[in-house]
Design a protein around this ligand. Structure first.
Ligand code: SOE
Length: 368
């Protein structure tokens, strides 16, 4: 049973006992961040005995015989299992009084994600989703540029998230199987990051979208593929601004190319995840590249800028900052910009809308 409940004071960091569910690349990434945050990683449970033994050896912690047995020993748990297991495992953890970090997509439908977000809102536990790109300092700088009015009235948005790890027909992954990955593949996996980051930086919502999707290979191994490799969207923002978003996991040579551009009536900005130490600022008379320099940073960007300029910060730093903020929230602090289950449910709502629009060809309202 969790040692953390609504009456008890939040534990000091080194007392926070944390477990990981899952055994892949993301489980290792979460484990690194858990340890950097000063919590105790006490165990892991993956899918089956052999996978749990492998995860136990990889993470250097005991493997547990079941998710339930792991939850009974933790104050918090990180869910990194295949998508279709997220909702059930996160709900079990919340029911046991644990705080939860659940990988995106929060669930494989907006309905399920909404129910989970409601459950989390009714508990005193912390429930977050690793939309970790929010944690690059220059993303916070971009958000401050908008908040301080330097962008002006938003006119257009442009976003893309391109990878190539599903490029060839021999590439496959559990996400190709709808029973494990859910009805959306590429958009649920990385489009969720793109729309979360767009709404986070812009400070306003996508209110309607029109989408189309494509499948690059109708068969991958023994699996008949019916989930998308790519999605193209037209979006309209709450302010009336319009734009285009492109999500693809079959773009040769693109590894993790997430790019967001906002253009306003005073200036424009562009953030590229593969060059996270920079922020392009566009103006009619002069454009510039801001680099992560302490003197120029907004307070929120400075908070995340944990090493001096010239010491490149990257993906693992963003992940560590996200986990540290989650644990700060467990200590009843209020870190700015923590992505919660409500944000996870928002991304699932937009994912459902993409599939609905791709099926019908209609514009879908998404401001609910
Ligand atoms: C694979 O597409 C993946 O690992 C995503 O699942 C992560 O969320 C993203 O940050 C990197 O790419």
């Amino acid at each position: 049973m969790s040692q953390l409940n609504s009456q008890q004071a939040a534990p000091a960091m080194q007392e926070l006992k944390v477990g990981v569910i899952g055994g892949g690349f993301m489980a290792r990434t979460h484990a690194d961040a858990i340890r950097r945050a000063g919590a105790q990683l006490i165990g892991v449970r993956s899918n089956g005995e052999q996978s749990t033994r492998q995860a136990s050896a990889a993470l250097g912690v005991p493997g547990f015989g079941s998710v339930e047995a792991l939850l009974a020993q933790c104050d918090a748990v990180h869910v990194t299992s295949p998508n279709a297991l997220h909702a059930e495992q996160a709900a079990s953890a919340l029911a046991a009084g644990l705080s939860v970090v659940c990988e995106k997509p929060l669930a494989t439908s907006a309905r399920e994600a909404g129910e989970l977000a409601l459950l989390a809102s009714r508990s005193r536990a912390v429930a977050s989703v690793p939309f970790v790109y929010r944690y690059h300092p220059m993303v916070r700088q971009a958000r401050a540029h908008v908040q301080e009015g330097k962008l002006g009235r938003l006119l257009t948005v442009r976003g893309q998230y391109l990878q190539d790890w599903m490029h060839t027909v021999s590439d496959s992954n559990w996400r190709v199987e709808p029973a494990k990955g859910g009805p959306s593949r590429a958009f649920a996996d990385i489009g969720s990051h793109l729309v979360d980051l767009l709404e986070f930086i812009a400070g306003e919502r996508i209110v309607r979208l029109n989408a189309t999707t494509s499948i690059a290979h109708k068969q991958r191994g023994a699996v008949d593929v019916d989930t998308e490799d790519a999605a193209a969207l037209i979006v309209q923002m709450a302010s009336g601004a319009i734009g285009t978003l492109m999500v693809s996991q079959v773009n040769a040579g693109r590894k993790n190319a997430l790019t967001i551009e906002l253009s306003g009536d005073r200036s424009a900005l562009e953030f590229k995840q593969e060059k996270p130490e920079e922020l392009w600022i566009g103006k009619p008379d002069m454009s510039s590249i801001l680099s992560r320099q302490a003197a120029d940073l907004s307070p929120d960007a400075a908070r995340l800028s944990v090493v001096p300029a010239g010491h490149p910060m990257g993906y693992l730093d963003a992940f560590a900052a996200f986990v540290a903020d989650t644990y700060a929230a467990i200590r009843r602090e209020a870190p700015d910009g923590l992505p919660t289950f409500a944000d996870g449910a928002r991304a699932c709502r937009l994912t459902d809308a993409v599939l609905e629009s791709a099926d019908s060809g209609d514009w879908i309202d998404t401001d609910d």
